[in-house]
Design a protein around this ligand. Structure first.
Ligand SMILES: Nc1nc(O)c(N)c(N[C@@H]2O[C@H](COP(=O)(O)O)[C@@H](O)[C@H]2O)n1
Length: 154
């Protein structure tokens, strides 16, 4: 059965980039994967650190989407890899939510966003659901790593 998530509430609320699961990445602490993702739109500029320091993921998203800030020119090429890197680190850092992700088995995971047709499925389900796809990829990466570790211990 397909697993839908959107808000940070409920069993699968941890799949949202707004969930309060911080991690260290690129040598520094990020309060949420949304903070990391939005800040990378301005990597190498002071905007990146400004976004890292805001209190809530909602504020980070607002700042990251504000086009008065100059978006890096390669953003379209790098955004998926950045999202994957952040989501992987988040689930590698927190054992409790890693368990939730692994507990979904082979089920499809869908970000049920009524407004986002790229990262989510959009209001009519026709969206690309790229965040859901990345969560499924991260699930597989973590599984493969766990398998490697247990094989090397035998
Ligand atoms: N809560 C919420 N509001 C929106 O308007 C959204 N687009 C989403 N989706 C999440 O937004 C992040 C990426 O946004 P941009 O590419 O900067 O527009 C990502 O975390 C999506 O899951 N959520």
């Amino acid at each position: 059965m397909t697993i839908y998530f959107y808000s940070t509430r409920g069993t699968y609320g941890c799949f949202s980039n707004f969930s309060p699961h911080g991690f260290e990445l690129d040598g520094i602490y990020w309060a949420t994967s949304e903070h990391y993702f939005q800040a990378q739109k301005f990597a190498g500029t002071p905007h990146c650190e400004q976004i890292r320091q805001v209190k809530t993921p909602k504020d980070a998203a607002k700042m990251g989407r504000d086009r008065k800030r100059p978006l890096r020119s390669d953003w379209e090429q790098v955004k998926e890899e950045i999202m994957r890197k952040a989501v992987l680190k988040k689930f590698q850092t927190h054992a409790d939510i890693q368990e939730v992700l692994l507990s979904t088995g082979e089920e499809e995971i869908v970000e049920n966003s009524p407004i986002d047709y790229y990262w989510g499925c959009g209001a009519d389900g026709s969206g690309k659901n790229r965040l859901g796809v990345i969560l499924m990829e991260v699930r597989q990466i973590i599984r493969n790593n766990l398998e490697k570790t247990s094989t090397s211990q035998q």
